[in-house]
Structure formats: structure tokens, C-alpha cells
Ligand binder design. Structure first.
Ligand code: THU
Length: 142
């Protein structure tokens, strides 16, 4: 996984707004042309209105280059209090974010690589959206 994508996700994580969970997540989305969009989790005092880092990054990606060009997604995250020198558990995208990443894959007709990391960009697990969300829902209009 390119350092560029890890650096982008880590820098987005530094802008996370997560005063309620104190769990900071950053996400970087890379296009097939190497462009990068970033996002971070944005919580709200009305808890259910919070937005995950992946969905925030996908919104930025749609504006920057279009969801149909998404090639790779990288997520970094961990507690605010996490020791910078220690490793943690990789953040696996929640179910809703898996569906949101799948939306981009369905537009392009190609699978998307997903890399999950701890708060330092370590402990990487690289997989694909089709593996994370098998038998995904979709429908076609008449
Ligand atoms: N979160 C994400 O940003 N992405 C995920 O895939 C999992 C969870 C955020 C939501 C909330 O702000 C915090 O992490 C704790 O759940």
C-alpha cells in the first residue's frame, strides 16, 4: 500500500470531529488516475447523525473525480488516547460503510481494494469490498 494513501488518511484523521466516542478515523480514497480524496468521522451531539470517515471520504471523492473512478480505499483509526508508538487493531469498515463503498464498485463494475489499519497506519489488512460485503443488495429500474 502506498505511503501516499496512508499519509492522506492519517492527516484526515487528525481533523476528525469525534468528541463523543473519542475514536478517531481517517479515510483516503484513491482514483484509478492516482487522485486522492480524504475524509474523517464527523460526530454530532444528536449521536445518530454522525458520519463515518469512509462516507465522508466518498462524498469528497464524488466531487473530486466521481465514485465510478474509485480504485482503493484505506482506513486508519483508533482511540484518541492511543499510544503513537504502539500498534492497535485495524479498523474494519462498519456495515453501512461497506454498502457505501459497494455503491462505488457497482457504478464502475469493478471491485475496490480496501485496506484497514490501526491509528498509525500499521497492522494492515488488505481485502476487497466484494469480500467484505458478499451478496450485496442492488436492483435495476425498469
Ligand atoms: N467509524 C468510522 O468512521 N468508520 C467506521 O467504519 C467505523 C466507525 C466512526 C463512527 C464513530 O464516529 C466512531 O468511529 C465510533 O464508532
Amino acid at each position: 500500500m502506498s505511503d501516499k494513501l496512508i499519509t492522506a488518511a492519517m492527516s484526515a484523521r487528525a481533523s476528525a470531529h469525534a468528541p463523543y466516542s473519542d475514536f478517531l478515523v481517517g479515510c483516503a480514497v484513491e482514483s484509478e488516475n492516482g487522485e486522492i480524496a480524504q475524509g474523517a468521522n464527523m460526530e454530532n451531539v444528536c449521536y445518530r447523525l454522525g458520519v463515518c470517515a469512509e462516507q465522508s471520504a466518498l462524498a469528497a471523492a464524488q466531487i473530486a473525480f466521481g465514485l465510478g473512478k474509485v480504485k482503493r480505499v484505506l482506513v486508519v483509526g483508533g482511540p484518541r488516547s492511543a499510544d503513537e508508538t504502539a500498534s492497535g487493531d485495524p479498523v474494519m469498515p462498519c456495515g453501512g460503510c461497506r454498502q457505501a463503498i459497494m455503491e462505488a464498485a457497482q457504478i464502475s463494475g469493478r471491485d475496490i481494494e480496501v485496506t484497514c489499519c490501526d491509528h498509525n497506519g500499521g497492522q494492515q489488512v488488505t481485502t476487497s469490498i466484494s469480500a467484505l460485503l458478499p451478496a450485496a443488495f442492488s436492483f435495476t429500474k425498469d
